[in-house]
Design a binder for this molecule. Structure first.
Ligand code: ADP
Length: 632
């Protein structure tokens, strides 16, 4: 029989797991039991949802046994099982996109990698930390043939036909010298209690109990089988019975996380709808949070029967970092996964769950600064997505999202901004379109800073899309509602509060310069205006109130959108700046053109917008500098 080779990634993963998780190797048992439990969940679903499986007697169990002399440890389930193809796909390749993503992130620095691995479910392969050879004997539910997969976890594996009485999977570990410590009743019980106590199916351990005569001499023994997990679906138990440790243990298994959750919320609803939800917020955002093919984190159960863990509609997308369980009493057991989305009951549960989570987030913001800081660091971005996608949650989310600001260190909220506002200030100001450093040094902020007006620094890419779509922030206090428009400082029209309203004198004086610049720049700009927002810089660009910003247009183009029309900026100039003032007396058209282009291009550069003809810009700049040098 020819050996089949592991996909290259599998070998890499195996090597890594064995070397970096070794100090925590007992988790292999949690992973195997978790696979057994998933297999039972899947079969349970089939027996209720699919006529052709009705004949199967569903008597779920996971059986553990060991043999010290033979150095084996066996984990067996009577779940859904695998056929030859399944074995190849599941145990010979990296089928899960998550694992692949994980492998891509590896740094080859053993320490960093072992931290990373904690965030991913390592699964079946972790058993090679304690086994030098693994046999998997499996028979798929509804099929007669059974198959045996064997591997030493090095290069490849063998598959041959085998026999098994019922459907399900038996995993036999041939333990290494160090692994033998797990062929032991007490360590198995201890590990199961710690990691898998709340697996919803019974876990049994079979062991030999020796018997002794009165003189303490061994007189044979008996084989016994005990149930070793408490086994009620944790979320069905009363909150008062459960400790934080219980919740954390369940989370680690459910979320494949080695860390405790940041927090959890457990709700039992009894009324028109009866359901239980248990939601966890991971301390670290899931690695696939920004992948299109992210794996949803919430499992749906109906009356404790597992229905699906792969339905992205169970939660709004912006809440895709939530892990947990929804268990409904009202949905029909044979609810088809395809039509779940349209199910009214589920929609109601979903809405109530979103409300519940929002109120938990609010509670965190108000009462637990330490956790809230972690939360915002990890999840501010998805909350902003929510502002854009989820109208129903918008008001609540507006109180939760946080921003950086020119006035305070760290994060701030709209509410805090408003409370700091001067009494005469009418709008909330913000700046978007670049990283924090670029934004903070933007000339557009000069006049706001000089007047002591706070500006929110919005350096997330999505701010440019989300914030303009919100338009205004309102706050209810007792019976009055106050409203403030959100104004981007890089837009025309956001400068009305900067004073010097219509300084007719200055306007008149600068008019000839503006005319000269307009002529020189032609259709490169939409307009040229005297600025009210500049203090130190000679010029800046703003977008017309109804145009997308230049940065946004640049981003959309980079994303491959071709129908974006060329957006032209408005050039604003600082009439008091010597470069600008000098133009009043110049009539040299070539010189004016050089200055005009430099004023425009430098303003674009400062805002992080690529200029089209950089060589041309440099040439003009050098010409101006040479002239200066000749005069000086
Ligand atoms: P994960 O369980 O996180 O998907 P594993 O590496 O542990 O990753 O397992 C890979 C796949 O092998 C599983 O998704 C499942 O399809 C299959 N598998 C593993 N163990 C069993 C089992 N006891 N019964 C049925 N299928 C199993």
């Amino acid at each position: 029989m020819a050996q089949r080779q592991f996909q290259t990634e599998v070998s890499k993963l195996l090597h890594l797991i064995i070397h970096s998780l070794y100090s925590n190797r007992e988790i292999f048992l949690r992973e195997l039991v978790s696979n057994a439990s998933d297999a039972l969940d899947k079969l349970k679903y089939l027996t209720v949802a699919d006529e052709s499986y009705k004949a199967i007697v569903f008597d779920p169990r996971v059986d553990l046994s060991f043999n010290k002399d033979a150095k084996t440890l066996t984990v067996s389930d009577n779940g859904v099982g695998m056929n030859e193809q399944d074995l190849i796909e599941s145990l010979g390749t990296i089928a899960r996109s998550g694992t692949r993503a994980f492998l891509e992130k590896l740094t080859a620095d053993a320490k960093k990698d072992s931290n990373l691995i904690g965030q991913f479910g390592v699964g079946f392969y972790s058993a090679f930390m304690v086994a030098e050879k693994i046999e998997v004997i499996s028979r798929k539910a509804g099929e007669d043939a059974a198959w045996k997969w064997t591997s030493d976890g090095k290069e490849g594996y063998d598959i041959e036909s085998a026999t098994r009485d019922t459907q399900g999977t038996t995993v036999i570990l041939h333990l290494t010298e160090e692994g033998i410590e797990y062929a032991n009743r007490w360590s198995i019980e201890d590990i199961i209690k710690r990691y898998s106590n709340h697996v919803a199916f019974p876990i049994y351990l079979t062991y030999d109990e020796k018997e002794y005569d009165d003189k303490g001499k061994e007189k044979g023994g008996k084989t016994k089988t005990d149930r070793i997990n408490s086994g009620a679906a944790l979320w069905r138990r009363a909150k008062s019975e459960l400790k934080d440790e219980d919740y954390a243990e369940f989370y680690k298994q459910l979320g494949h996380d080695s860390e405790e959750p940041l927090f959890y919320t457990h709700t039992k609803a009894e009324g028109t709808l009866e359901y239980t939800t248990l939601f966890y917020i991971p301390k670290k955002a899931p690695f696939d949070l920004y992948h299109v093919d992210y794996k949803p984190g919430v499992k749906l159960y109906v009356k404790r029967v597992f229905i699906t863990d792969d339905d992205k509609e169970l939660m709004p997308t912006w809440l895709r970092f939530v892990r947990g369980v929804i268990d409904s009493e009202d949905l029909p057991l044979n609810v088809s996964r395809e039509i779940l989305q349209q199910n009214k009951i589920l929609v109601n549960i979903k809405n109530a769950s979103v409300k519940k989570l929002l109120s938990e987030f609010k509670n965190l913001a108000e009462n637990n600064k330490e956790k809230w800081d972690v939360f915002i660091q990890e999840y501010n971005k998805p909350l902003k997505e929510g502002l854009y996608q989820d109208w129903g949650s918008r008001d609540a989310l507006l109180e939760l999202v946080r921003f950086k600001s020119t006035s305070v260190e760290g994060w701030t909220s709209f509410a805090d901004y408003v409370s700091r506002m001067k009494s005469e200030q009418k709008h909330i100001y913000y700046i978007t379109g670049g990283d924090e450093k670029t934004l903070r040094s933007s000339p557009l902020l000069e006049a706001y800073t000089a007047k002591g007006i706070e500006v929110l620094i919005m350096d997330d890419e999505i701010d440019d899309i989300v914030i303009p779509s919100i338009g205004r922030y309102s706050k209810k206090t007792d019976d009055t509602t106050s409203e403030w428009d959100l104004k981007a400082v890089n837009r025309s029209g956001a400068d009305e509060e900067l004073g010097e309203k219509e300084n007719k004198e200055a306007e008149k004086e600068i008019k000839p310069v503006i005319e000269k610049l307009k002529k020189a720049l032609g259709d490169k700009v939409k307009d040229v205006k005297l600025s009210r927002r500049l203090h130190d810089s000679p010029s800046c660009i703003v977008a017309d109130e109804n145009d997308p910003s230049m940065q946004m247009a640049q981003m959309l183009k980079a994303m491959g959108q071709t129908e974006i029309p060329d957006i032209k900026p408005i050039l604003e100039i600082n009439g008091e700046h010597p470069i600008v003032a000098a133009l009043k007396t110049s009539d040299d058209e070539a010189h004016i053109e050089d200055v005009a282009i430099v004023l425009l291009d430098q303003a674009l550069l400062v805002e992080g917008v690529k200029i089209k003809e950089s060589a041309e810009f440099v040439k003009r700049l050098n010409r101006l500098l040479s002239k200066q040098a000749a005069q000086g």
